[in-house]
Ligand binder design. Structure first.
Ligand code: GDP
Ligand code: MG
Length: 167
């Protein structure tokens, strides 16, 4: 099995960190500053079962200016050109307008989606409420949901299995 996985999500949710952890190399540029990833970067993970080609993308947000529109256009192209979308969200904050904007883009596409709840290492006492907000989104669109920490690596094996199942 082999396929392209598009890592999609708002700026700063941990997309590039996830790609680096998943492939075990520092290729994507991560930064606490939003929008460091201007261009789509690729990383390949070869396991005994499959070859996963991750495509890191710039964060998607509602465009407020022309560069923003170009980024959203590129994201749409990325969504169409991969086999599976990994929609990464920030598990330290509840589902918001930015996530729903992206969800609306994703449901217009035929590409299968996995919802990835990241930063679980940093979740606090309100984690149940936050998880529920994303669970609702996933259930509404019949998306699989998986929780992990791109930073510590917790949950990345289950993520890998789920990705392989979706190829
Ligand atoms: P991107 O804009 O979605 O590509 O996000 P980055 O990968 O550049 O990460 C944005 C910030 O979130 C950086 O400061 C990362 O160190 C941090 N980050 C990413 N993943 C995690 C995680 O699993 N846990 C925690 N605590 N921080 C994370
Ligand atoms: Mg990035």
């Amino acid at each position: 099995k082999s396929g392209f996985i598009g890592i999609i999500g708002r700026p700063n949710v941990g997309k590039s960190t996830l790609m680096n952890q998943a492939i075990g190399q520092k290729i994507a540029i991560t930064s606490p500053v939003a929008q460091t990833t201007r261009n789509r970067l690729r990383g390949i993970l070869t396991t005994s079962e499959a070859q996963l080609i991750f495509v890191d993308t710039p964060g998607i947000h509602k465009p407020h200016h022309q560069l923003g529109e170009v980024l959203v256009q590129n994201a749409k192209i990325a969504i169409e050109s991969v086999d599976v979308v990994l929609f990464v969200v920030d598990g330290t904050v509840a589902c918001g307008a930015g996530d729903r904007y992206i969800a609306d883009l994703l449901i217009k596409s035929e590409t299968p989606v996995i919802l990835g709840l990241n930063k679980i290492d940093q979740q606090g006492s309100n984690s149940q409420l936050i998880d529920d907000s994303y669970q609702q989104l996933a259930v509404a669109h019949q998306w699989s949901i998986v929780k992990f920490s791109a930073k510590t690596g917790t949950g990345l094996e289950q993520l890998q299995q789920l990705l392989i199942e979706h190829l």
